[in-house]
Design a protein around this ligand. Sequence first.
Ligand SMILES: [Zn+2]
Length: 282
Amino acid sequence: MKSYEFELDDTELEKINRFARKPLSKDRVYAFPVILCDNEIDRDGERFSVSSLEKLSELFVGKTGIFDHDPKGSNQTSRIYETFIDKQTGRTTSYGEELVCLAAKAYMVRTDKNKPLIDEIDAGIKKEISISCSVAKKICSVCGENIYKKPCSHIKGKSYGGKKCFVSLEEPLDAYEWSFVAVPAQINAGVKKTHEPAEKSSKQAFDSKRLSEFYLLQDNLIKKVKALYELANVKDEQLLSVTDKLSVTELIALEKRLSEGLTRPSRPQLDIGHKDIENYRS
Ligand SMILES: [Zn+2]
């Protein structure tokens, strides 16, 4: 893999400052290269076509990158300010096409908090890049059907007439974000990419930002429900452990019922043993 290292000179800084709210000085900026994805078949048996990579190169400009250990930390985000398509001359994919990479330049504002992270990137600590995007079509390499619309009988990874079946991800619709995912050092050397294009359609598109917000909501609901249990003096271990597995919809309904229970003293689980309270309310 060739090196994408570059110098943070005035030209680069100017490009970065197009994205910064206030112009940044060179000493406040850390810029680094990343490989977002390529046209090799990934572990899901899917690949981006070169035209998809070209479309993604437009879509990823300005997109935020996060670091998996702290997706909420504002100090841990970086932004892509430039992308480029790189033909890896002389290297071919497993299905015999020229290997093409979608690479990018990203920057972050240096802070005390992200210094360890910058040191890690500088030191080449192994990280994988994972991207999330949506595509309009998934084409079977054997029969050419769009399997979104018409699933075929071909199986990814299986050989048909000497050729391995894969799914080509076509016509990217949107790029959401990208992230650094720490991987065990022994698996990959250097910064390497994985594709995470496993979206079923634009509607079902995997949006990791929305997903992390969703988990946060779920977490908060669980905490709220458990606090309500405590107020209602519910100590059923089984009920408490089941609560962790409830869906957001179920949690919302449960929270509503428990809150109602607290304001309506007639509910049996909230019977506080003072019959005359009810009389006062009548
Ligand atoms: Zn097929």
